[in-house]
Design a protein around this ligand. Structure first.
Ligand SMILES: [Zn+2]
Length: 187
């Protein structure tokens, strides 16, 4: 084991010192040993399955519209497989992505009301953190109350559904504000 670590460490050092050469050598080795490379690649893919899943999730939610279009097409061309998938995997996927789905629903509702724009879950999380998870009107904590996305300029008055027009308010404060234009970020 010890010996192996020394070997590994030596290899790492060599790699850092000779990065360009190493890259080229590894490229040439891959070209000469395609089968072995495939096998190694497969092994590492299996080992990193969790990492990959996380990465794919991030990539998906960064641009859900793009991937949903792709999925729609795939579903049309693979209707049997799609049915199977929906039955076996969709419920799990749904429960794992509830927060994201809720955000998409919010965006859809805003769009139906005629608002332009879109708020991502990441932006909303960032905004809450920026204001220390407080309701900007009553300063109650997000852990005691549920923070909601208030449109500063209400959609009914032409407000956009973008993060710049959103402030975190608790439900009661959001209802009190109703369709008034009150920017608590400035107060
Ligand atoms: Zn409040």
């Amino acid at each position: 084991m010890e010996k192996l670590n020394i070997k590994k460490e030596r290899r790492r050092k060599y790699y850092l010192e000779h990065k360009q050469i190493a890259l080229l050598q590894s490229y040439e080795w891959r070209k000469k040993n395609p089968e072995r490379y495939k096998a190694i690649n497969k092994k590492s893919r299996l080992n990193n399955i969790e990492k990959r899943k996380k990465y794919e999730k991030l990539r998906y939610w960064a641009n859900p519209e793009k991937y949903r279009k792709k999925t729609r097409l795939w579903r049309i061309n693979n209707s049997e497989k799609a049915k199977e998938y929906h039955k076996n995997y969709f419920p799990k996927w749904k429960s794992e992505n509830m927060e994201q789905i809720r955000q998409l629903t919010k965006n859809r509702k805003a769009r139906l009301k005629g608002a332009v724009g879109e708020v991502t879950l990441l932006e909303w999380k960032w905004l809450k953190e920026k204001y220390f998870n407080l309701c900007l009107a009553c300063f109650k904590r997000g852990s005691e109350i549920k923070l909601t996305q208030d449109h500063i300029v209400p959609i009914s008055k032409g407000g956009k559904n973008i993060i710049g027009n959103i402030q975190p308010l608790c439900k009661p404060c959001n209802s009190t504000k109703s369709t008034k234009i009150t920017d608590y970020r400035q107060i």
